[in-house]
Design a protein around this ligand. Structure first.
Ligand code: AMP
Ligand code: MG
Length: 342
């Protein structure tokens, strides 16, 4: 008698547990999560969908905060701070990747991108917000030192050394790298789609849950215009550099934070906004800074040699908008624009 009653109860419990398991699985499969926080001097927002989305999003936030502590040039506990002080240090996985990429982009841009720019950023007061225009002789001397600065990466001993006057600043590449780290975490955790927005620099994983592409508004350098256009993307990064993002005024002039390593002065290439689109976020960030320094002609030559690696959206000081060929099917704008072809 007792046996006969127990068996149906056990079956009922089993069915209940199976159903509960299915419900939890379905809920996790479709779970979504989002967070907004302040890091690296900007507002960051990250959203994701897929299994374990809440766990993935909080791991990404935590990792970004750790990266900020590692790469900061001003925090005296950071690895980069110690390296600038001691001129020698061990490489981490992050700094190893960043040095490699920074040196590659320096090479490919003829020195327009140079992480040894730190002493010049400091002379202008961009590092401590004590803004001032340095005198010409100081800038000449700093440019000479910059041209002689060396970074020696020793992969065998996992270490890096800087020449005596060299100091590095990953400010022009760190956010792109951070997007890459976030993207890789989401991929590893089987997130089906995500949008990583680091102060307007966007990296998209997959497509939106309805299967459509992500729409990204391209930042505008103009006060009376919200955005330059809309770009549809999937598994790509869209990173913008502009002098309007950080600058100070002295006399009747404004001085911005993207420095031409050849002159030591804020770059005046005729471009006032540069957006790079690439499936390599670290490259996109470094190139956005470099192309701003290089100007349209040099940048077009660079794109012609590397059109498989990136595309560009350029806006110049004559209010002309340009996009490279690779974006023509995915870009819309109310402004007139010219397509740069190969
Ligand atoms: P972004 O907003 O990506 O263009 O980066 C600008 C930041 O990059 C500045 O605040 C500096 O920290 C750094 N930077 C400025 N000029 C250069 C340059 N020519 N090469 C590399 N980094 C630079
Ligand atoms: Mg950049």
């Amino acid at each position: 008698m007792i046996k006969k009653k127990i068996i149906p109860v056990i079956s009922l419990i089993s069915i209940f547990l199976i159903l509960l398991g299915i419900a939890i699985y379905l809920q996790n499969r479709n779970s979504s999560a989002a967070t907004t926080f302040f890091a690296m001097d900007t507002i960051m927002s990250v959203k994701a969908e897929g299994p374990d989305a809440p766990k993935a999003v909080s791991r990404v936030e935590q990792t970004i905060l750790e990266l900020e502590n590692e790469l900061s040039v001003s925090n005296d506990q950071s690895i980069v701070y110690a390296l600038n002080r001691d001129k020698h240090g061990s490489l981490t996985a992050d700094t190893k990747y960043l040095f490699e990429k920074s040196l590659q982009v320096k090479e490919m841009t003829g020195g327009a991108f140079d992480i040894c720019i730190y002493p010049i950023m400091d002379a202008w007061g961009f590092t401590d917000k004590n803004f001032r225009v340095p005198n010409e002789d100081t800038l000449k001397q700093l440019c000479l030192e910059l041209s002689e600065a060396t970074i020696n990466v020793d992969n065998e001993h996992n270490s890096v050394s800087l020449s005596d006057t060299a100091m590095v600043d990953f400010g022009g590449i760190a956010k792109g790298y951070t997007s890459k780290v976030a993207y890789d975490i989401f991929k590893e955790m089987n997130i089906s789609n995500a949008l990583i927005n680091l102060g307007g620099n966007v990296c998209a994983l997959g497509k939106k849950s309805d299967g459509s592409l992500w729409s990204v508004a391209i930042k505008s350098p103009l006060e009376n215009l919200d955005y330059l256009g809309i770009l549809k993307i999937s598994d790509k990064s869209v990173i913008t550099s502009g002098g309007y993002e950080r600058f100070f005024e002295q006399g009747n002039r404004t001085y911005h934070h993207i420095i031409d390593p050849k002159t030591g002065y804020p770059a005046e290439s005729g471009l006032i906004s540069v957006t790079i689109v690439s499936d390599d976020p670290t490259l996109a960030d470094a190139l956005s800074t470099a192309v701003y320094v290089m100007g349209k002609e040099e940048a077009t030559a660079l794109w012609n040699e590397n059109f498989k690696k990136f595309d560009m959206i350029l806006y110049d000081d004559n209010n002309r908008l340009y996009i490279t060929e690779g974006l023509k099917d995915d870009f819309t704008s109310e402004l007139e624009y010219e397509i740069i072809e190969k």
